[in-house]
Design a protein around this ligand. Structure first.
Ligand code: PGA
Length: 301
């Protein structure tokens, strides 16, 4: 068996598959005498016949059947090896272009940092914008992967959830609603609200929370970032609702999390890419990294 060659096993596998020397020769683009000669050599190395031939009909001997299984296993192992090689080659160098909504900037750099440490040859870039801008980029295939709160239903994309993204109502710790239980949404809506700019996913989620109950809220102030919202909340300008992740770096108690009806709103973070767009080995690896590691919010609340 030691003198059998890989090519002979390949020819034999084709014969076993088609039960025909002629078909095997055709599929491998070989002449029939070459196929017959290689099969004779293989049977000699094995030391037993591999096929019975009656007229044109071919049947595998018991040894032939076992060898066909072994040959297929060998090919499968080699194919997997080739796939791994290709993936490693692709990951040794390469680029990962990621875009994330503003609020994801509280955790995306940490995840990207860990991924970059595992794959030092990959150049990573992260663009941060609000949801509306991100969806426009996605439609134009500007980046390969996108992290966002609620994927749009009408866009052609593949989106998978990888982490929880609860929306919590917040106030300054000395706010009259702090510490109250089960605050009704109608009462919450009467408060002066601090809202993110339109186009923000957070804003959309806040508006949806009230709209589901037929309530409209009137923003006292519209602010272009979570940081500005937090400062305004602490300054006593009003209340707001933000992704819990936006509070991760703050000590417990700096903000009051309001115990309001339907809050926290259960949401998820999604990793998305345009459907049908080619994507690099680096992008697939990052998607896998997020979905396999199932990161947690890591919040101090
Ligand atoms: P935003 O999106 O940063 O645009 O507000 C965040 C989210 O959808 O949770």
């Amino acid at each position: 068996m030691r003198h059998a060659t890989f090519r002979q096993l390949e020819i034999f596998e084709a014969i076993a598959r088609h039960l025909s020397f002629t078909r095997a020769a055709e599929t491998l683009h070989l002449t029939q005498p070459t196929v017959s000669m290689q099969m004779k050599k293989l049977a000699d190395s094995v030391g037993e016949p591999l096929v019975h031939q009656t007229g044109k009909r071919i049947e595998l001997t018991e040894t032939g059947q076992a060898l066909a299984v072994a040959a297929r296993d060998i090919f499968t192992v080699l194919e997997r090896f080739e796939d791994d090689m290709a993936a490693r080659r692709g990951l040794r160098r390469g680029r990962l272009r990621l875009a994330a909504v503003t609020t994801a900037s509280y955790f995306a750099p940490r995840l990207l940092g860990e991924f970059a440490r595992r794959h030092p040859g990959i150049e990573v870039s992260l663009r941060v914008c609000n949801r509306e801008q991100l969806i426009a980029s996605l439609n134009e295939h500007l980046d390969e992967l996108y992290i966002l709160g609620t994927p749009p239903e009408d866009a052609a994309l593949v989106a998978r959830p990888f982490m929880e993204n609860p929306l919590v109502a917040i106030a300054a710790p000395d706010h009259p609603l702090a510490g109250r239980h089960r605050i009704g949404l109608a009462e919450l809506a009467e408060q002066p609200w601090l809202l993110r700019e339109s186009g923000s996913g957070t804003r959309k989620a806040v508006e949806k929370l009230f709209a589901q109950r037929g309530i409209t809220i009137h923003p006292r102030l519209e602010l272009g970032s979570n940081e500005a919202i937090k400062q305004a909340v602490l300054a006593g300008l009003g209340i707001s609702a933000l992704s819990k992740q936006a509070l991760d770096l703050h000590p417990t108690g700096q903000f009051a999390i309001l115990d309001a009806e339907d809050c926290p709103v259960r949401r998820h973070w999604f990793i998305a890419r345009p459907a049908g767009a080619p994507h690099s080995a680096a992008a697939s690896a990052f998607e896998r990294f997020l979905l396999d590691s199932r990161p947690t919010a890591g919040t101090t609340l």
